[in-house]
Design a protein around this ligand. Structure first.
Ligand code: PLP
Length: 456
């Protein structure tokens, strides 16, 4: 690398450390180690400023579903910026991109869901959910139904309501969360918490924790249950097969709304437009963001069922809620082009019938590695559990940080994987090809061996 180029990177890193507070980052540590400056991206690859090429098996932050470098998305944004860069959807106004996007999403969503409320992010969308379900029950004449039941180790965002709905203890410790009216039940994490029973039995047990909580609080106090189809940030935790049927039974028995947080799973990641369709679930509200625009520009929203929308609309008058950027025209134009690409290239179908099953088959080959306790996945997500002893499944002590070592080994091998404790997770762009999946698995296997060497 040229000296001048190195100087530029060092200057950027110094400026970054001096002025930029990063999300979910220990800033003191970052200042010591320096940041990786990412410069450009194409397809499933990113390049850092030093010229290192990495296969991005996390699709950015689970979001770049159509892959990087789509010129037609840039063109759609540019065209919209020239005609109408901004107008709001408040006060009896609207514009064509928001209208077309709401209608398009309604056509892709489960049949009983026909309306969309737009936000700027997934967190804002979950704040919207909280206000919407409480408003719904007020309008139904049941104002005592206020509490929302969530799950430990869930992730629903970083706003006050989002972080409270989430079940991350380390987030709750900062800022006195959760706010009142939100409670958490056990998660369906069989490998981490349930190996003393069969996955089947554990799935039923953790689902029945919902019923126990409803009975403890009283059905007349509970507004909604919120869940991700699989817990993404929690470590790609996929409930045992028995889980959702039992949850469905409980939700049907008690009069409780169901919020399905599809910020990660929406727009194709499980091989259908929404995981609700993959899993046969009937949510009242679906949270969306990320894959909606493939992350090219921020946007989120809530897909609202007829059950909820009809009450809000016919009995509610004004819903006193909204964001300056709700349905932003440029974001909506980008989302429409993103969906057009997903459709034209049949990327969602491919995840269901071709690249998804191929990824899952190839991932399973890693389970033979001495460091690997379990490999699991669905569609275009996967998780690899690192263990100290493959036979007893004993994990490493916290002094080892196997996940962090493996994450660094991945970078050395030219691959971006994320570590959640000692769980390595992936969520590649949906446009990834079979050859690129082979490369991903080769690099992951190399990184696992490198990790083993580092630990030894
Ligand atoms: N819900 C889930 C399931 C998520 O994974 C995330 C982000 O990772 C969010 C909500 C929050 O979305 P955002 O970061 O756009 O606010």
């Amino acid at each position: 690398m040229q000296q001048q180029q190195q100087d530029t990177i060092s200057a950027l890193q110094a400026m970054d450390a001096a002025h930029h507070l990063h999300p979910f980052t220990d800033s003191a540590d970052l200042a010591k180690r320096g940041t990786r400056v990412i410069e450009r991206a194409e397809g499933v690859y990113i390049w850092d400023a030093k010229g290192n090429k990495l296969l991005d098996a996390m699709a950015g932050l689970w979001c770049v579903n159509v892959g990087y470098g789509r010129k037609s998305i840039a063109d759609a944004a540019y065209a919209q910026l020239q005609t109408l860069p901004f107008y709001n959807n408040f006060f009896q106004c609207t514009h064509e991109p928001a209208i077309r996007l709401a209608s398009k999403i309604a056509s892709l969503a489960p049949g009983h869901m026909n309306r969309v409320f737009f936000t700027g992010s997934g967190s804002e969308a979950n704040d919207t959910n909280l206000r919407m379900v409480r408003r719904y029950w007020d309008l139904k004449g049941m104002p005592s139904k206020k509490t929302i039941i969530s799950r430990k180790n869930a992730y629903h965002g970083s706003t006050v309501a989002g972080a409270s709905l989430g079940g991350m203890g380390f987030m709750h410790q900062q800022g006195d969360l959760p706010i009142p009216g939100i409670v958490h039940i056990d998660q369906p994490y069989w490998f981490g918490e349930g190996r003393d029973m069969s996955p089947e039995a554990f799935g039923i047990k953790t689902a029945q924790a919902l019923e126990a909580k409803i009975l403890e609080l009283g059905e007349d106090k509970v507004a909604a249950f919120i869940a991700e189809p699989f817990q993404g940030a929690g470590g790609v935790i996929i409930p045992p097969d028995s889980y959702w049927n039992e949850i469905k039974r409980i939700l049907e028995k008690y009069n409780i709304l169901f919020i399905l947080d599809e910020v990660i799973s929406g727009f194709g990641r499980t091989g259908n437009w929404f995981a609700a369709q993959t899993l046969g679930l009937k949510p009242d509200l679906i949270t969306i963001a990320k894959g909606m625009t493939s992350g090219y520009i921020p946007m989120g929203g809530v897909i609202v069922s007829d059950r909820v929308a009809d009450v809000l609309i016919s009995d509610g008058g004004e819903f006193a809620h909204g964001f300056t950027y709700s349905g932003h025209p440029v974001a909506a134009a980008v989302a429409l082009e993103n969906i057009r690409i997903l459709e034209e290239e049949r990327l969602v179908d491919k995840v269901r019938t071709d690249t998804g099953p191929y990824l899952q088959d190839r991932l399973q080959t890693l389970s033979a590695h001495p460091l690997v306790g379990e490999v699991r996945g669905m569609g275009m997500v996967g998780a690899i559990e690192l263990v100290a002893d493959k036979h007893s499944m004993v994990r490493f002590g916290s002094e080892i940080s196997a996940g962090m070592l493996c994450r660094e080994a991945c970078i050395e091998s030219g691959l971006v994987m994320r570590a959640v404790g000692d769980t390595m997770i992936i969520s590649p762009p949906l446009c990834i090809t079979r050859d690129e999946i082979d490369e991903l698995i080769f690099k992951a296997s190399q990184a696992l061996s490198l990790t083993l060497e580092k630990i030894a």
